[in-house]
Design a protein around this ligand. Structure first.
Ligand SMILES: *Cc1c(COP(=O)(O)O)cnc(C)c1O
Length: 362
């Protein structure tokens, strides 16, 4: 009975499940391995003591946080919208622009939320395949043709791309924004801190561009749920019309602002992880039977025989990584988040042990 009442486009969806498994090392969700700096925890405690208390609603406009972000990005505050993670902004943007039967185009494989939110809106996902045999190469001309032929309302470019780790050049991004001027182009820069290029500077020039950034990866705050969009004021205003009231909690607004103001410390952590990514790649390259896709983010996608078995075995040893063995395209791949040197070393030891002893006797 309930099932019959549900909108037809939602009947086949399944809830997103993030397994809560006990672990020694968590390298499965691209979170930062670092905890909040002590100085920030201390200021948080003071806030909880001295208020304004959690009995009071938060600032609906996240004014102070937006001011801090606007100053850093050299844009106006009214060009920024804050959400409970950039996931909320993905959903809001699709809700604003995509109606029943309208198309959303993105390269594939990529972050699954573009597809899920398109289906929720009753839209039609159009996936442009990346070339797996050539390190998931992005063919810009073909992509532009598809966007225009399908009359896409919205385009998603995850840059660097999750989970492949590849990057689209700023030249290609600008071409897409220019040559697909009847579509909203969303550049999801969840991992851009690790590749040091950004499309934010194009926002002033192109009214159809939205850049998404998050606090969940480089800025340590996956648990606080905070992300934001940077776009022209027109798109920002449309998103704000449907943004749930008081969406971002006062605690999240405060922590995000404090963390963002510690730029020096954050940049140090980012540089550290970039260095560890290089070390991890070098070590993985030495393991026979493993292929490494080039990464510009804080994770590495690798091709291995028996990806599913290896993932299970790692999990038994307390190491969580992302297993793609059930994915039609990435069935022989796993994704490893870059952790601290100590974490990466433990992963490498267990991983090569599994490959050498366990797998070779299969
Ligand atoms: C992790 C991730 C995000 C961040 O989502 P939040 O809701 O901000 O935690 C956004 N986009 C991609 C591609 C991601 O991998």
């Amino acid at each position: 009975m309930i099932k019959d009442l549900v909108r037809p486009e939602l009947q086949k969806l399944v809830p997103y499940v993030s397994h809560q498994i006990p672990y020694r090392i968590k390298l499965d969700a691209n979170e930062s391995p670092f905890e909040l700096p002590a100085s920030i925890s201390k200021r948080l405690e003071d806030y909880l003591k001295n208020g304004p208390g959690l009995n009071i609603y938060p600032d609906n406009e996240s004014t102070e946080l937006r001011k801090t972000l606007a100053k850093y990005w050299n844009v106006d505050s009214d060009e920024i919208v804050v959400g409970t993670g950039s996931n909320q902004l993905i959903q809001l943007i699709i809700t604003v622009f995509v109606g029943n039967g309208e198309k959303v185009v993105y390269p594939w494989p990529t972050f699954s939320m573009y597809k899920i939110n398109t289906l929720i809106a009753g839209g039609v996902p159009v996936e442009v395949p990346l070339d797996k045999d050539r390190d998931f190469l992005f063919a810009v001309d073909e992509f532009i043709d598809t966007v225009n032929r399908e009359r896409a309302k919205v385009v998603f470019l995850c840059n660097p791309n999750n989970p492949t780790g590849g990057m689209i050049s700023l030249e290609d991004i600008e071409r897409i924004v220019k040559e697909c001027s009847n579509s909203i182009i969303v550049v999801d820069e969840a991992y851009a801190e690790f590749c040091t290029q950004s499309a934010v500077s194009f926002v002033k020039k192109y009214e159809n561009l939205v850049v998404l950034r998050t606090f969940s990866k480089a800025y340590l705050l996956a648990g606080a749920r905070c992300g934001y969009s940077i776009s022209g004021p027109e798109i920002a205003n449309e998103i704000n019309k449907i943004r749930p009231t008081y969406n971002v909690s006062s605690l999240t607004q405060l922590i995000a602002k404090m963390v963002f103001e510690e730029q020096k410390e954050m940049q140090d952590k980012i540089l550290y992880l970039i260095e560890q990514r290089g070390n991890l790649e070098d070590s993985l390259r030495k393991i026979k039977d493993v292929y490494i896709y080039p990464s510009f983010a804080n994770y590495i996608l690798i091709k291995v025989p028996e990806a599913g078995i290896i993932s299970k075995e790692l999990e038994k040893r307390g190491i969580l990584i992302r297993d793609f063995s059930n994915d039609p395209i990435l069935h022989d791949c796993i994704r490893i988040s870059v952790g601290t040197k100590e974490q990466n070393d433990i992963f490498l030891k267990e991983f090569s042990d599994i490959i050498n002893s366990f797998l070779r006797t299969l």
